[in-house]
Design a protein around this ligand. Sequence first.
Ligand code: ADP
Length: 658
Amino acid sequence: MDDAGQHLMYLAQALAEHTTQIFVKLDALSRAIVEDATDRIVDEALLSEVMRRRAAAEPAAMGIAIVGPDGVIRASGMESYPIGRDMSKTADFQELQREDAPNFYISKPYLSDLSVPGDYSGWTMSYARRINGANNRFNGYVLLVVDEAYLYGFYSRLVEGPGMVLGLMGKDGIIRASNAPEVIGSNVEPTIRDELAAGEGIKISPSVRTGIQRIFAYYRSSAAPLLAYVGVPVAPIYQAWLISSSVIAIALAALLATLIALGLILGRYFRNRDSLMQSMLETAQQRQEKEFLETIVNTGGLLMSVTGPDGQVVVANQALQTLFPDVDFARADASSMSRILGEPFEKIVASLPWQGVREVVLQNGAKRALSWSISPIRDKSEGVKNLVVVGLDITDRREAELAIYQSAKLVTLGEMATGIAHEINQPLATLAMAVDNIQANIESGRTDLEMVSGQLDLVSSQIDRAANIVRHMRIYGHRQGGGAQPVDPADAIEGALAIAGAQIAAEGIDIIREYGADRALVSADLLLTEQIILNLLLNARDAILEKNGSGSMSKERIRIRLMKEDPDMTAIAISDTGIGIPDAIRNKLFEPFFSTKPVGKGTGLGLSLSHGMARDMGGRLELGEVAEGAEFRLVLRHASKTVNSEKRDGDKSNCPAD
Ligand code: ADP
């Protein structure tokens, strides 16, 4: 019963939040119309046209009209509410004209014969906002006719289980909207008095009409004086319904999207109240967003689960269960969630909301890159009651990204070509000199074996030097990323320096390494890490050269430090004594194609791609705070703290790639 109630509660909550979202929009819309009607000098005909358009842009509002203080309609966007019609007998007028009237009034449900296409059930209610004149005098009201089916329609389509009811009721106990049309308008106040008072709860009670016993969950909307309810018959139908957990998952996704959208909409509505066109465009966009959301939930690409704070799975959608056939979801705990998420579950709980991309190894050995977003549902005392886990398999997108990284690497190598040629020329010049020396020595007829041997040592060391550069470039240019492994950050730094170090030194820039004594291995892809460091080193060099023009000044330096961050992260901090970064561009640096370098020199992709690579490895790339020059910090997770080493013995399938 507890579980059962909890599931119903999620649905009721989703419905209540959805209602909140709609009423917040209606509230903003009605305020905007009050402004249209009072602030502007417009004639009634134009006002009616504005109403018509505004109603067209808001799917929940079937029509809008303005009623004057005498109760007569003075502007209208609805044919069935013509200008001149007397509304003074309606409850809306009676309620709002009183001196102590509230600012808005939501009417009881009524049947209306507005001829509109679509899902319209005939049931409507009005949302009426009082227009206040001087001294709070009643100056008429704005009437929004609300399509009730729009309030619950999305949810009733989700749950077509037999005997299932859902809807909204007012605080007066009168059912305003429901998927069971026969109960709309009934007063259930006597049956559920306590729930109405408390606002939220679960109760078993018989249906008002049919007497069927149902488990009901109630949840209050935070912006409308309405209570959402969802009821399902007591077993056995209920049991069958419970099995179809995808219903809950979809409701949760809708809930999540609603919560996010609510914040967006509030902001947008108030910013753009005056712009009719804008609000129409936005509504269209919101619809698209909703459709998009429904599409991803329904196509099964989305991985979803709700868990308790201990990792017990309340519900997991089909896509997630299919991806992890080895996990027993009914008995899942923190360790199974760690396995699925590729990150210790306890750590996630400690840092909610949490987002990250993790590579996990599936039962069949395939590696998948999963992008997770985990948010808490908190109880009244702010404790974490549940976690909503939403994930996307981004392996394919990631492969495409890796291909981009690969080409970016080649671009960097191309940019460095002149420097590298110079780099190889140096050992060649030394070689040529040594060979000349040996030849001269032989030609002179007095072969000095000691001298020849010394020169040959020089030859051999120079060949090694050139070969080393070429070898590293070849490895670097060809190899694809190999996924996350334990990596010594110093190896990555040295790898990048093998390619760029000599060039930087040749510009008269000192390179200072501070690795510290006890460095940890990080969970990273060696090549991607090298690539990021190389980008940072070359940027640091450019910043120094830009400062000095000639590049021949002394005391310029690039400092590379390894620092432990919070207990399980290490930062590779690269700082320079270059021109520094003006405040104005600090938040643009990581944008693609942002560059202050001359055309042909900078692509503006280095930092943006590096940022992506760091994120792909579960780390981050950030700007440090320094007094002189600039500092970039690549922060990576420790390899020893990944799920890998915390797993029990022999549980091979539980090992993510890192
Ligand atoms: P690019 O180097 O091709 O311009 P990046 O994305 O690597 O592209 O860098 C973007 C911009 O960030 C640079 O043009 C420069 O203005 C700034 N920047 C990067 N690193 C530094 C640094 N160490 N010091 C000063 N500015 C920097």
